[in-house]
Design a protein around this ligand. Sequence first.
Ligand code: WTA
Length: 648
Amino acid sequence: MSEQKVYPVPANIAANAHVDAATYEAMYRRSVDDPEGFWGEYAEQFVSWFKPWDSVLNYSYQADDLHIEWFKGATLNVTYNCLDRHLETRGDQVAIIWEGDDPNEDRSITYRALHDEVCRLANALKARGVEKGDRVCIYLPMVPEAAVAMLACARIGAVHSIVFGGFSSDSLRDRVLDSECKVVITSDESVRGGRHIPLKRNADTALQECPNVDTVVVVSRTGGAVEWVEGRDIWYHEAIAAADATCEPVEMDAEDPLFILYTSGSTGKPKGVLHTTGGYLLYAAMTHKYTFDYQDGEVYWCTADVGWVTGHTYIVYGPLANGATSLMFEGIPNYPDMSRFWQVVDKHQVNIFYTAPTAIRSLMRAGEEPVKQTSRKSLRILGSVGEPINPEAWEWYYHVVGEERCPIVDTWWQTETGGHLITPLPGATALKPGSATRPFFGVVPALVDPADGTPIEGAGEGALVITRPWPGQMRTVYGDHQRFIDTYFKQYPGYYFSGDGARRDADGDYWITGRIDDVLNVSGHRLGTAEIESALVLHPHVAEAAVVGYPHDVKGQGIYAYVTPMAGVEPTDALKKELVSLVRGEIGPIAIVDLIQWSPSLPKTRSGKIMRRILRKIAANEIDSLGDTSTLADPTVVNELIDGRLNR
Ligand code: WTA
């Protein structure tokens, strides 16, 4: 890769940035050599504590003694940090700009107004019996009430669990049950691309099987018709109107839970990733400020949904802790037309813009014209998240959208990590299209041989692990600590295993190559192959199914299913359609199976294990590099699958 392009840090950005190259080196060195001193100092700078800590960090990454504790003994409240402490200096500054799906709809909410509404909702929840430690499920579209709901929970120490509004009622039910939520906050409908989606109806269906939910708070988004369960359902607007606007923030231990967020893994059902209060908030605030070089007064826009971790950390907690103005967008990139993102940038004079490669790729397909119709002069920094960004999309983003003026921060991280782990800093890092470059402060990544865990030194490729904790790290899987240990700390003892592969070049820059486990990344959304397979085999005509990802131009990865029908069942296109809608119904519209190949049998080892490596190769149309097939029970199966392959 000697011809690799490098874009140096623009001099004007470096001159005014919080962190330039020399500062990065010095801060990084200190964060690694003296982590307790480093994090202690920044914890005082970024977070207002009610009570100081006894110790900065206690941990063990050993599977038989796994624990991670940051700032033990300290107390704080996240909403005091995100709201109260800003009131004196920036009470009238806009905290959230809301841009509706309809370009004619928007709202601006000041820190003072947000504080008022959060306190009211917190009181309304208390009135319904919600106490510290109780779980509250939030199933809302991208409306400001979603941020209010998160903060209202944090105000009183309730633990929120957001379920993305694009998940089905079955997915919602499973998550409500798993975390034993007693309250659900939803809306009558959501609006996307001009279409209305009946969220309340989905919630009603889900809650038929959730006897412990005694309160449903309903935001009136569209005024669409809803069914009403007397005694259980309350309107959001009525509840906050009736509630008092004074609500003292509950004093939380640094290690008290802040939220649960479900995410897909290699096996079984999605797991409830649990984040705690002190370390998470510090990490959210610090990464938001340094990765985006956020400067006071700037308008910052992250296009993610609050249903994903990116929305948690980089729409709500990080920006608000820093007193930023955070834009929240209800709509989609191509409605009313392909120019919408850039129109919103101009309308609200956005300075920092953070989106996903899949959005960039789909906009790139529509050509430069929709971009060029807009000014975008306000833009200073661009960001990318969710999946590897291919160099072609990176270059387009850089040249066409940013007009070669704006550094792109390609931020690698995960639901589990709470915030960015590997990312450029705009004023410090030379950029290489497709590389997430360098670790954030305190993060010590390593590459190990995927087969035997041997550390790889210098340039090379392997499984990406992290060798010690950072404050934003998840602490456990809700209700299943053993699963936390087994998933992340067993495979490579002494390390946190990310599930991703990466390459490190001779300069020490990291290039994420994607998941090396059975997790798919479809349009930046994580899906477990096991979940999709479980949905497929629910169909009475399906005997067996194996799901893999394959390269997809826009989505990054598409879903490829090998399905074995029951004996005597005619494999028809009608059945394919049923299977696609079955999976969609079970998981949600983000899980659309792209290709279904009928497979009279699947390639298995003699012990009966499906050889996914071979299935991935066939789905990717890489049939010349299938590798060793001699361990298969019946090698002829492979030729049959190759003949019938669908992605040619
Ligand atoms: C992938 C989203 C390459 C990766 C924040 C990771 C990325 C998974 C990048 C986590 C990036 C995220 N470059 N790959 N910049 N960012 N990923 O939990 O495979 O929804 O493991 O968190 O997305 O997805 P999650």
